[in-house]
Design a protein around this ligand. Structure first.
Ligand code: UDP
Ligand code: MG
Length: 316
């Protein structure tokens, strides 16, 4: 019988964590398979830590990783996968937006299709702001335009992955991880599963605009060199414009069809335009150099403070 693990990243989820555990546990009890839940406490500042320790103390099937601080959603999921020894893992959010009741259906589909990945596609999203929906829609489409691999649309990290995918995932050395993209990139047999996304049970989103932008830029920059190409394209265009203007004004001076002396407006326009193009292209270059800087340092992606119910458990 295949062992199934549910991987749940949690950051300041005191309002939902107990209900989330209760619903997930109920579903897992219906399965014949050996099961476990791995919670990754991503440096929560509220009672999440204490609550998770309580759950782990009463239920040996629950494993907990406590990060030393907030490292982010993607490092939390990464730690979950790296520390998972099950045959099948299901990555799910703590806030019950992705219903744990779907887990048996995911397992069934995986079995039927002999799939390596079952990725969950959102047919609809309940209770999310218009801005979140529209930005997500645009983002996934822009990603496909920018990226060198094709990603499934409207798909988050809610998915089932098998041991083969986890083994490959553990080999990724890059530190800025866009997990849903990396898993698509691995290939093998990946099948979609359509579902309705619920509203968050309680509490606020842990993805404020700042984190969303950082997430989007990691996705773009790690999966595409197109921004660099666009930047050089823009530079090339600017050179053409400059060349055209130079010829136009020179000829104008000779044949007297442009009065270049009164050209304050054109000078300011050109200086601003070229200044802008230069800063923009240098900025794009800078983004990639920044990534190189981070990757060359090769710091660990996350620091684990304590583990609960793992074999090499740190005693409390
Ligand atoms: N999360 C995390 N670290 C973070 C931000 C979020 O572990 O820095 C977790 C969070 O607890 C939740 C999941 O990632 O389980 C998705 O976050 P959230 O539901 O707030 O994002 P949204 O659904 O609003 O995009
Ligand atoms: Mg959510």
């Amino acid at each position: 019988m295949k062992k199934v693990a549910v991987i749940v990243p949690c950051f300041d989820e005191e309002e939902v964590i107990l209900e989330s555990y209760r619903r997930t546990k109920e579903v897992l009890l219906q399965l014949q398979n050996p099961t476990e839940i791995i919670y990754i406490n991503d440096g929560s500042r509220d009672k999440t830590r204490v609550l998770l320790d309580g759950i782990a103390a009463s239920d040996p099937m629950v494993k907990v990783l406590h990060f030393s601080r907030n490292f982010g959603h993607q490092p939390a999921v990464t730690a979950g996968v790296n520390n998972c020894d099950a045959d099948i893992a299901i990555i799910i959010d703590a806030d019950l937006q992705d219903p744990p009741e779907l887990i048996p259906q995911l397992l069934e589909l995986q079995e039927k299709e002999a799939a390596n990945v079952v990725y969950c596609v959102r047919k609809s999203r309940v209770g999310e702001s218009f801005f979140k929906k529209i930005s997500a829609k645009l983002f996934y489409r822009a990603m496909n335009y920018m990226s060198e691999v094709e990603f499934p649309l409207d798909t988050g990290d809610f998915r089932l992955i098998d041991r083969q995918i986890m083994n490959e995932f553990d080999r990724f050395k890059e530190h800025g991880k866009y997990i849903r993209g990396l898993i698509s990139w691995i290939g093998l047999k990946q099948v979609p599963f359509y579902y309705e996304r619920d509203a968050r049970l309680a509490g606020k989103t842990k993805y404020p605009l700042r984190k969303m932008l950082r997430f989007a830029s990691t996705a773009m920059l790690y999966f595409s060199k197109k921004p660099l190409r666009l930047a050089s394209g823009l530079g090339f265009l600017a050179v053409l414009v400059g060349l055209f203007l130079a010829i136009w004004f020179t000829l104008g001076k000779i044949y007297g069809f442009s009065n270049a002396e009164t050209g304050w407006t054109s000078i300011i326009t050109i200086v601003t335009f070229f200044g802008g193009v230069q800063l923009l292209t240098v900025g794009v270059l800078g983004q990639y150099i920044g990534i190189l800087f981070d990757e060359v340092k090769a710091r660990p992606e996350y620091i684990i403070d304590e583990k609960r119910n793992f074999k090499e458990d740190t005693p409390s």
